[in-house]
Design a protein around this ligand. Structure first.
Ligand code: ADP
Length: 643
């Protein structure tokens, strides 16, 4: 059974609403989650960078404070006094100083080395990595004391010596040179402050080296490797060799480019719009255009300068901070699929429950079409039940009307039958009257001739021939009547309609020539064969052709064959006198004729009508007086195709 469109429509409507809204909803959730995640991640990354910059600042401040505290200690003061005048106490002061430095270093593990340098650059006391480096070198002015070594020519020393009291010189973060080995120790920062004697004379410089590694650890702890990376960059706008170098990086090979010979800087790894922000601004957050990673930076200068300092950069991987989004996306897709399946099931159920009763009604109507006594089961008292009830009531009314119509038609038919029997009887009487009257007159004349002895043999033979002729006419009328009444047994066989028509045309050819009627015939090459009695169909063709020829003397009769899907249509069109409208409904009645007495029997069309009906076909006519007539036959094709 054909499915009702309503189910499809309900499904399409539901899915048409559910699917786009689900997709839009899911997209909205994912987009807003991505935005929230990105904002959170940016905030976190930014605060990480800022916190570690603060950590660096604290480290520097602590180291500075340690240096200044050491410079203000009793032992350093004793040295300052001795160095400024009382040099006899100097050696003792240095010994005590050595002892004190030793204690300081033990106390503060971040200190790598402590040095006391005299104003000429001789290192008088040096503690390095928990050991006293003995002053074994030759005695040099101004104090003529043995020195560890000399740093007289080193920039940091000269610069520190020039500073005012309590001024602190902070070096770059770099790898310390191990003088004796000409190698580098791990990263560190040097803090130096001048020592000023009582009379304001510079008596030396106090230097502490602080391990830079703790800054490295601070940076490396910022972000786990899976989340991204963090690194410390030097901003040094005056020194192009140091500007943009990595101070701490996971890839240690690129650290301290100026010292280690690595050429890798931030300019090799990041686009200019990002590196310029790192070198210009204190803080910032950006997205790497290539990877869409989040890049946050914070700047800190231990020198209190904008053009020289350290930039902490945190590079958070986009994949990592958006990882929850993938989970949310997967879950949203899963739920969307579940909701979709539920919506589908619900819409199917809804559509089914709606269409099943309608389908029952359709089935019921179909059964009613086959059997008018059938009725639709009315079911529950809902809209469909109400519809079924109304259809049933309508069917009752139609059946009642149809029965009434049949009764009326039967009555009309009875009346028509009576009328046509009367007409037939009148026609028959009229038709038979003339030949019978002639027979009677001829017989009377013959008898009179015989009685009066005036009848010769030739005359009598002539009369008898006339009687036989007139009796033949009567016999023709009777046989026509019989073929109408009995419809002699038909013998259906497959026939080609075109060849039957050809035979019929040949039969009427002489009559057409006599009446100067042009006969034409058109049709397709091949026509389906018809299961008919060939004699009967030929007779039908002849009847219709003869009527056309009689109606159109000097005119034409055209026959056209049409192939149709289920049979053959044959149109007989003439341009004769046509049929009066009041005769149109009567021409198929037996004995209806408009022809002169002796010319027509009025049986041709009625006999043809009966035969065509018996063949399962139909016959119709269209005509207007003066415009000719067109008789159309339809004959169904046989079921055996190709025969
Ligand atoms: P008959 O030809 O003996 O009169 P039919 O039954 O063949 O009997 O025809 C009945 C009547 O139908 C004819 O007398 C004529 O009036 C009318 N008729 C039939 N065919 C035509 C036609 N082609 N043109 C005009 N009238 C026609």
């Amino acid at each position: 059974m054909k499915r009702l469109g309503i189910r499809r429509k309900a499904l399409v409507t539901l899915l048409g609403v559910a699917v786009p809204s689900l997709l839009a909803f899911s997209a909205l959730i994912i987009a807003s989650t991505a935005l929230i995640l990105q904002r959170n991640a940016s905030r976190q990354v930014s605060s990480l960078a800022a916190r570690s910059a603060t950590g660096l600042a604290e480290m520097v401040e602590r180291s500075q404070a340690t240096l200044l505290t050491m410079a203000a200690s009793r032992e350093v003061s004793e040295y300052r006094v001795a160095a400024a005048g009382n040099q006899a106490r100097l050696a003792g002061a240095l010994r005590r100083l050595e002892h004190s430095f030793f204690g300081w270093q033990k106390l503060d593990a971040t200190i790598q080395a402590i040095r006391l340098i005299d104003p000429a650059g001789n290192v008088l006391v040096k503690i390095k990595e928990g050991k006293v480096v003995p002053a074994t070198g030759p005695a040099r002015p101004p104090f003529s004391l043995p020195a560890v070594h000399s740093v007289a020519g080193r920039d940091f020393f000269q610069a520190a010596l020039r500073l005012p009291r309590n001024g602190v010189l902070i070096s770059n973060l770099e790898r310390g040179r191990i003088e004796e080995e000409d190698a580098f120790c791990p990263a560190m920062v040097r803090f130096a402050t001048p020592l000023v004697g009582a009379n304001g004379v510079k008596v030396g410089v106090l230097v502490i080296n602080v391990w830079g590694e703790q800054a490295g650890q601070l940076i490396n702890r910022l972000i786990a490797e899976a989340e991204g990376s963090a690194f410390l960059v030097e901003r040094n706008l005056d020194d192009p060799h140091r500007n943009g170098i990595y101070l701490f990086h996971r890839d240690e090979a690129c650290e301290f480019g100026d010292q280690t010979g690595s050429h890798r800087t931030i300019f090799d790894d990041y686009p200019p719009e990002i590196t310029s922000a790192w070198l210009d601004r204190d803080r910032g957050i950006a997205s790497d255009p290539r990877t869409r990673d989040i890049l946050a930076h914070a700047y800190y200068s231990p020198y209190g300068r904008q053009d020289r300092g350290w930039v902490v950069v945190v590079n958070a991987r986009r994949d990592f901070f958006l990882e929850p989004l993938a989970t949310i996306g997967r879950q949203t897709a899963l739920w969307a699929a579940v909701v979709l399946i539920l919506a589908l099931a619900a819409s199917l159920f809804f559509a089914r429950s709606l269409t099943r009763p309608i389908q029952d009604v359709v089935e019921g109507i179909r059964r009613m079409g086959k059997n008018t006594a059938e009725r639709i089961p009315e079911g529950p008292q809902d809209e469909v039940g109400f519809l079924a009830g109304e259809i049933n009531r309508m069917a009752d009314a139609i059946q009642h009307n149809a029965e009434e119509q049949v009764r009326v038609e039967e009555r009309i038919r009875d009346t028509e039958k009576l009328a046509s029997i009367g007409e037939m009887a009148a026609g028959l009487a009229h038709e038979l009257n003339t030949p019978l009257g002639n027979i009677k007159a001829l017989a009377i004349l013959a008898r009179k001739g015989i009685e009066q002895g005036e009848c010769d043999r030739r005359g009598l033979t002539g009369d008898l021939d006339d009687i036989v002729d007139q009796a033949g006419k009567c016999s023709d009328i009777i046989s026509g009547l019989l073929s109408f009444a009995r419809r002699s047994e038909a013998r259906p066989m497959p026939h080609d309609p075109a060849s039957l028509l050809g035979e019929a045309l040949a039969l009427v050819k002489l009559r057409a020539e006599k009446k100067a009627v042009r006969l034409t015939c058109n049709g397709p090459g091949h026509l389906p064969s018809l299961l008919v009695d060939g004699d009967q169909l030929r007779q039908v063709f002849v009847n219709i052709l003869l009527n056309g020829i009689d109606a159109a003397p000097g005119g034409e009769v055209d026959v056209t064959l049409h192939r149709q899907e289920d049979g053959v249509r044959i149109a007989f069109r003439d341009n004769g006198c046509g049929i009066a409208p009041e005769h149109l409904s009567r021409i198929f009645d037996p004995f209806f004729t408009t022809k002169e007495v002796g010319q027509g029997t009025g049986l041709g069309l009625s006999v043809s009508y009966g035969m065509i009906n018996a063949m399962g076909g139909s016959i119709g006519v269209e005509s207007r007086p003066g415009e000719g007539a067109c008789f159309t036959l339809f004959l169904p094709a046989t079921e055996e195709k190709g025969t």
